[in-house]
Design a protein around this ligand. Structure first.
Ligand code: ADP
Ligand code: MG
Length: 587
């Protein structure tokens, strides 16, 4: 690390100050794409003992960093080049911020003096200004002696309070600056208590308990904030001691096993509609929960909410919160558990029985569909195979994206352990798959199973090369139904181009993996699929299984044609309107 020649005071450069600042604070893995001006930074990071994972596209590296933040409670770090590389990484930074996951995007940038005078530098862009509205905080470092403070600020901003994304702008010139080595070492900051516990006010806890005790039909909703908090024991104690049914949001599945007697996962419609008091634990009342109002919440019957969240401004965001409990989940739930005392009475048995009956009926109804052995497979048949593998191998990291592939897997594949289900998050964004799978393998060392719609896979599919290069224990299953939603759409114009939602028929995604030395497998029925996934997870070899799904099996989600009853989507324009357009065109 020293540039000293005999007799001179030892010096340290910006490269090494940045590396030491990150290492000092426990950052071990870097996800990025090399290029100007950060190519040498990556080399030196590797030389200094960090694990540097080079991707094929910054968005995938960024998605890896985002999910690393979710899994570890430490910021995942993504490293990119200037302007275009920065912009590619920015989508993931915004995604991390939206999901409340800690991440730091470090991008190299061009000469400040030239950028600010807009004189046309190589990859010129005012990256700091562009990043600001899309993340929690954005900083630029101009002097080597400020690197330690900048890294400390970035980490604190990312992990404290409501976690989120932070942008750190590194002008190329900074990396080459040198300062006295001793002064440099002194300038680095080892952060003490980066995400301090936030205790709820005692009166807020008493108020919450009063509301909970008044309930006839209480419900707990566990969100991915609860999974992030790593307060697994306290969450289990609160749920079990209270006896209240709980509903896990997608990425909170497995905090308690999905077959837990209090799980209301398979009775979702009933519990949302009928519950009178809902305790939100690290979950937001956003679109994923119909904003806490309307028909799915049984309106006009009214629901009272207790909400536990570290972010005060989350309270009353969509509906009135009867008992806001602001603090970290572990502290808040501990306060509630203490307040419940020994003689807390369990919810009325009519409610418990009603939830259990509904859940058992739904589970029983689904069970035979998961045994469907048809070839080509439908979603239930293929997911039945996946479910059976996960039931036997509950330690598997499960990554999931797609349309039908996501929606069906969420309800059909049970999770048994915390933070095993990694998916599209708050935005429902497609393209997170391979970045997520890679970070899951790198951060946990466990086998990863990524179940991907063929469309979703396409956004990050080139990263199969990255998976092979680093020899990661990742098994990808592509649910190949020849298209988006369904593979059967027709071009409505009668022309020869395929319909916008259709892909090449019978594509061989398995051969993409073979191209880079991994295992490629073609599976046409659930037995084959189950066997291939099991073998892949046991061997730890990079594997891609092309699972042939019936192109007619899927359905379309979120079609907005129905929002406008006179929509041109189906009927087209009236003769009169067409006449007007014809005249305009002739002008
Ligand atoms: P889901 O999509 O699963 O419902 P959300 O991402 O909408 O989950 O909600 C997560 C919530 O958890 C956010 O409002 C965030 O502020 C909160 N949160 C994150 N970490 C903690 C924590 N340690 N303690 C309390 N709340 C947290
Ligand atoms: Mg598809």
């Amino acid at each position: 690390m020293s540039n000293a020649t005999s007799g001179e005071a030892a010096q340290i450069d910006g490269f090494h100050l940045l590396i030491e600042a990150l290492k000092l604070n426990g950052v071990e893995n870097i996800y990025g794409v090399p290029g100007i001006p950060i190519t040498d930074l990556g080399r030196m990071m590797q030389e200094e003992g960090m694990r540097v994972l080079s991707f094929r596209h910054e968005q995938n590296a960024g998605n890896a960093a985002a999910i690393a933040g979710f899994l570890t409670k430490k910021p995942g770090v993504c490293l990119t080049v200037s302007a275009p590389g920065f912009l590619n990484g920015l989508t993931a930074l915004a995604h991390a911020t939206t999901n409340c996951w800690p991440m730091i995007l470090i991008s190299g940038s061009s000469e400040r003096e030239i950028v600010d005078l807009m004189q046309g530098d190589y990859e010129e862009m005012d990256q700091l200004a562009i990043a600001k509205p899309l993340c929690k905080a954005a900083y630029r470092v101009l002097h080597a002696e400020d690197i330690g403070i900048a890294v400390a600020r970035a980490i604190r901003a990312a992990v404290s309070g409501r976690p989120g994304g932070v942008y750190l702008d590194i002008p190329g010139a900074l990396l080459g600056q040198v300062i006295d080595e001793i002064e440099g070492a002194k300038s680095l900051v080892k952060i003490i208590d980066p995400a301090p516990a936030q205790l709820p006010a005692p009166e807020a806890a008493s108020r919450a308990l009063e509301v909970i005790k008044s309930a006839k039909k209480p419900l707990i909703v566990l969100g991915k904030g609860a999974a992030y908090a790593q307060a697994d024991e306290v969450i289990k104690e609160f749920v079990e001691k209270s006896g209240i049914p709980y509903l896990p949001m997608s990425m909170a599945k497995g905090l308690l096993p999905d077959n837990h007697p209090q799980s209301a996962g398979a009775a979702r419609s009933l519990v949302l509609k009928e519950s009178d008091v809902v305790i939100m634990v690290g979950a937001r009342l956003n679109w994923l929960l119909s904003h806490g109002k309307g028909r799915s919440w049984g309106e006009p019957h009214s629901t009272r909410f207790v909400q536990i969240d570290i972010e005060p401004r989350e309270m009353d965001s969509n509906v009135e919160i009867a008992a806001p409990l602001v603090g970290d989940i572990e502290s808040c739930l501990s306060a509630l558990i203490d307040g419940m005392g020994e003689n807390f009475s369990q919810p009325p048995s009519e409610w418990i029985d009603a939830v259990r009956e509904k859940r058992d009926a739904n589970v029983a109804r689904m069970a035979p569909t998961l045994q469907n052995n048809a070839s080509p497979m439908n979603y239930a048949g293929a997911l039945g195979a996946i479910k059976r593998v996960i039931d036997k191998k509950p330690e598997t990291m499960f990554v999931n994206e797609g349309a039908n592939t996501l929606d069906f897997a969420r309800s059909m594949v049970d999770m048994h352990r915390p933070r095993k289900r990694l998916d599209v998050g708050t935005w429902g964004v497609m393209g997170v798959g391979m970045g997520t799978a890679i970070a899951a393998a790198v951060e946990t060392g466990l086998p990863v199973l990524a179940v991907e719609g063929d469309s979703a896979f396409g956004f990050s599919g080139m990263e199969v090369e990255t998976i092979c290069r680093y020899k990661l224990p990742i098994c990808i299953v592509v649910f190949n139904n020849n298209g988006i939603y369904r593979g059967t759409d027709q071009n409505r114009s009668g022309g020869t181009d395929p319909a916008p939602t259709v892909f090449v028929e019978d594509s061989r995604y398995d051969m993409m993996m073979q191209a880079f030395g991994g295992e490629g497998i073609y599976a046409t029925n659930p037995d084959e699929l189950q066997r291939a996934v099991t073998e892949a997870l046991e061997s730890g070899k990079p594997t891609l299984i092309n699972a042939v799904i019936d192109p007619k099996a899927g359905k379309e989600s979120g079609n907005i044609g129905s929002l406008n009853p006179t929509s041109a989507v189906d009927g087209g324009m009236s003769a009169e309107a067409l006449e007007i357009l014809k005249k305009k065109a002739a002008q």
